[in-house]
Design a protein around this ligand. Structure first.
Ligand code: DLL
Length: 432
């Protein structure tokens, strides 16, 4: 089923017209209501009237995650707080998360785009959707929740974790759609096998998986073990949350809801827009959001765009499955982690040297993070108790600032390999 045929199957001319009109409007609102944005435009000697349509998009300044941190918490909001009805924040940033606010209309647009994506994936009104993305500040749970209700399917708002209960409900309630991260789907498959339940006892037929990179091989593995069709859904809090783009049943690229979010591909080094079909960094401009419009937001995600019409009949541009980023952000068990955040925790402690390495592994289906860090020589001559105390302290400090558990391995000075160029901070051994 195509939820919004008019927009999802629009001609390029109609889409460009809609995009141009909404872009002009967004730029005006941002200029007049967001001092940060106005200053940036003034620095570039731009006034809103210079932006007449999508052909002028490239003239606008970029926005990056740091801009959100610098304007924490509400500096980029374009409406007064009385208009904001929901706040979300992205996980895993040192002390300061990135905060996003939605007006009532934004929540309606979000539900609309998520509904479209569920329909793309083949979900219909009779389905029972088990939402095992986290509910809370993370956009995954509530984002999929309201889209499911809007579609008219039944939602089980179970949130993440509590794996045995997930499986029990899945069986007893007859869930037909599972929405969670792909790594959690694999973990569920493992526990289902351990519990001696065969996939035939379950009715799950579609998986709505995203929030982290996953490969084609992982797709095949999940499809085989859970006996379902695994659909990739993409999104980011800064733009709206899940529902920015999603695969249709052809599983050949993710359709971007481009009447709400205009995509561009740029060269991550030169920042120049790249011609159609090139591989580069994905940039989005939101053109319907009121609460916190984003102009040319650099996602750091790497992909390419395909403007050909899809076999499903949709004309919405497709982005290739994202598997890489142009920065060093890691996604570990759903938490976004930058090595620099771990570094700043270490630097705040007097006992450690800023020589460290992060090792990411996947044990079975779970990601684990090990931190190897050099500590002063004296610790090794001290009692073992001291060493253990220090290990615990580092793990605790990281847990409390980043919200992620880490195995800490203390090593003697000069153990970690030194390089002349960029230090290799991360060894990612996951085969995803
Ligand atoms: O992960 C929103 C979301 C929730 C998407 C549920 C899909 C399903 P953030 O926490 O802000 O938002 O993280 C955004 O996660 O820039 C990508 O690097 C990565 N990401 C999200 N979806 C995918 C995907 C949510 N399908 C960051 N494939 C993004 C690869 C993804 N990476």
């Amino acid at each position: 089923m195509i939820w919004n045929e008019k927009m999802e199957c629009a001609s390029r001319e109609l889409m460009s017209e809609v995009q141009s009109e909404r872009l002009v409007n967004t730029v005006k609102r941002s200029y007049h209501n967001v001092p940060f944005f106005r200053k940036k435009m003034q620095e570039m000697h731009l006034v809103p009237e210079d932006i007449k349509g999508i052909e002028d998009l490239h003239k606008l300044p970029f926005t990056v995650k740091q801009d959100m941190r610098d304007n924490y918490p509400y500096g980029l909001f374009a409406v007064p707080m009385s208009e904001i009805v929901r706040l979300h924040a992205s996980s895993g940033t040192t002390g300061k998360p990135t905060v996003v606010g939605y007006t009532r209309k934004d929540l309606a647009s979000w539900a609309e785009v998520v509904t479209r994506t569920l329909a793309m994936a083949g979900v219909h009104k009779e389905d029972i959707v088990q939402v095992a993305y986290g509910y809370g500040l993370f956009t995954g749970g509530l984002g999929i929740h309201y889209g499911t209700e809007n579609l008219g399917a039944s939602v089980i708002p179970i949130s993440g974790g509590n794996t045995k209960k997930q499986i029990q409900l899945m069986r007893d309630f007859g869930s037909t759609v599972l929405a969670c991260t792909p790594s959690y789907a694999l973990y569920l498959a493992e526990v289902i096998e351990e519990m001696g339940i065969s996939p035939e006892e379950l009715k799950i037929r579609i998986g709505i998986f995203g929030a982290e990179p996953w490969s084609q091989n992982m797709r095949l593995e999940i499809e085989k073990r859970l006996g379902l069709k695994a659909i990739d859904i993409f999104g980011l809090s800064e733009i709206i949350g899940p529902g920015v783009s999603c695969e249709c049943e052809c599983q050949n690229g993710l359709h971007i809801n481009e009447d709400h979010f205009i995509p561009e591909i740029i060269d991550p080094e030169t920042h120049e827009p790249l011609p159609g079909g090139s591989y580069g960094e994905l940039v989005f401009t939101t053109i319907s959001k009121e609460g916190i419009p984003m102009i040319r937001y650099r996602t750091r995600d790497l992909t390419r765009l395909n403007y050909e019409k899809c076999e499903c009949g949709r004309t919405l541009v497709r982005m290739e499955k994202c598997t890489g980023r142009s920065d060093d952000m890691l996604i570990i068990r759903g938490v976004n982690v930058f090595p620099s955040q771990i570094e700043s925790v270490l630097l705040e402690m007097s006992e450690t040297a800023p020589h460290y390495q992060l090792i990411v592994e996947r044990e079975g289906t779970m990601d684990s993070l090990t931190l190897q860090v050099e500590v002063e020589e004296r610790f090794f001559s001290d009692e073992i108790r001291e060493l253990q105390g220090l290990r615990k302290k580092i793990a605790h400090n990281i847990q409390s600032t980043l919200g992620i558990s880490v195995n800490v391995k203390l090593v003697e000075p000069k153990t970690i390999e030194r390089t002349a160029g960029k230090a290799k901070r991360v060894i990612d051994k996951r085969k995803i």
